[in-house]
Design a protein around this ligand. Structure first.
Ligand code: ACO
Length: 370
């Protein structure tokens, strides 16, 4: 039997949502290049695009934005649950638990657009409410006069964010919203393929996002930059890491064999929104990491991935490292639900096989003879 370790190169289905050209370094949502989508659009417009297939006109955007705003508030039962969780809880674990709690009131039914809107609208509210509570503050209600990105920052701080910060987060949310058959999206589609509900598929996706080989990398990236501390220390630190057989967080990708376009755009965003010294350090670490990885793994073509500059951008807008992956989920919830809806609309149970390599024909002996 032919096996594809890690399912590398395996095409599991058709999709009209997102295309990645790993050799050219291109990312396309529904036919639009990610460079164009991040140049001037709002996250709301891109969410509409991912869910509906086309960009909204003005009337459609207004109605859609109102639907999202209307769904931002979380039930009191959930806020009470957030108050009862240990303040030391990981924010992504809290988000997973919260979506699961919301799911207890949802019926087992085929996922639909209302589920997609309700879940995606609430993720920033959950993240912000928990962050406030664990820091000894009261949660802040969402505002209906702010867009998705600005409202998220407002619910975290109680202040209207500077335009450069709100714009940085808006672009970040667009860039991370979908990315083909990544591990968490595939997980969501597997769950949806069993005729399970949208909340269950979302919980499963969040579980898959958590690991540092996927969405758990940006916190460790920021720690790496802080540990390195100065550009002239990058080379020694990186070589020591690779000599110790550890992976460089924020480098490498299963699909890209060239620069990840999201990393390039995030670098430009960081140049506008982040502390100059941190950006200079990050650029030096990127350049050194790519060069040294090329020496260590010449066949593999390893570049900075999306998480590398995501860490710098999220830090620049004031998010604590523990909120990085939960904020990634705030963006990717749109891509997950777009994929859940696509899977549910054109479903076949996802059920691959595995090549058995264990023994055969063993005889059971009584317990006292083993
Ligand atoms: N640092 C050091 N070596 C690396 C790195 C890295 N960042 N990435 C890959 N390699 C090496 C591996 O050790 C392996 O070497 P080997 O063949 O000598 O054993 C080779 O490159 C291939 O690695 P795989 O794990 O097979 O590559 P894969 O495509 O499965 O991995 C992944 C992709 C998981 C992202 C990997 O590059 C990695 O571990 N990166 C660091 C973690 C990270 O940045 N995660 C965020 C990813 S972006 C996202 O999911 C949103």
């Amino acid at each position: 039997m032919i096996t594809a370790k890690g399912l590398e190169g395996v095409i599991v289905d058709d999709s009209a949502i997102c295309k990645i050209d790993g050799n050219a370094g291109r990312l396309i949502y529904r036919g639009y290049d990610i460079y164009d989508l991040t140049s001037s659009l709002s996250f709301e417009e891109v969410a509409y695009l991912l869910w509906n297939g086309n960009l909204p006109n003005e009337a459609q955007l207004k109605e859609f934005s109102n639907q999202l705003i209307h769904q931002r508030a979380i039930p009191k039962t959930l806020t009470t649950a957030l108050r009862n969780l240990p303040a030391s809880s990981n924010a992504l674990d809290v988000l997973r638990t919260s979506i699961s709690l919301l799911g207890t009131e949802a019926p087992l039914k085929k996922p639909d657009m209302q589920d997609a809107i309700a879940i995606s609208a609430k993720v920033p509210t959950i993240n912000a409410a928990f962050d406030r509570i664990r820091n000894g503050h009261e949660p802040i209600d969402p505002r209906d006069d702010l867009n998705h990105a600005s409202n998220y920052l407002y619910m975290l701080t109680g202040k209207i964010a500077e335009p450069v910060k709100a714009d940085a987060l808006n672009k970040y949310l667009i860039l991370l919203a979908d990315h083909g058959m990544n591990s968490s999206t595939f997980t969501a589609r597997i769950v949806a393929s069993t005729w399970s509900d949208a909340y269950s598929a979302m919980v499963a996706a969040i579980c898959a996002l958590k690991g540092p080989l996927h969405g758990g990398a940006p916190g460790p990236v920021l720690k790496m930059l802080q540990d390195i501390g100065r550009p002239d220390r990058a080379e020694e630190w990186i070589r020591n890491e690779l000599k110790s057989d550890r992976r460089l967080m924020g480098f490498g990708h299963r699909v890209y064999r060239t620069t990840d376009p999201r990393a390039q755009i995030l670098k430009q965003i960081a140049e506008k929104s982040a502390d100059k010294d941190l950006v200079e350090l990050a650029k030096k670490v990127e350049e050194t990491g790519v060069r040294v990885l090329q020496e260590y793994r010449p066949q593999r073509k390893l570049y900075a991935n999306v998480e590398f500059y995501s860490a710098v951008v999220m830090h620049s807008v004031g998010l604590s490292p523990d909120l990085f992956t939960a904020t990634f989920a705030a963006s990717r919830s749109v891509g997950w639900t777009a994929n859940i809806l696509e899977q549910a609309t054109n479903n076949r149970l996802i059920r691959p096989q595995i090549a058995y390599t264990g023994p055969l024909d063993r005889k059971v002996v009584p317990i006292n003879a083993r």
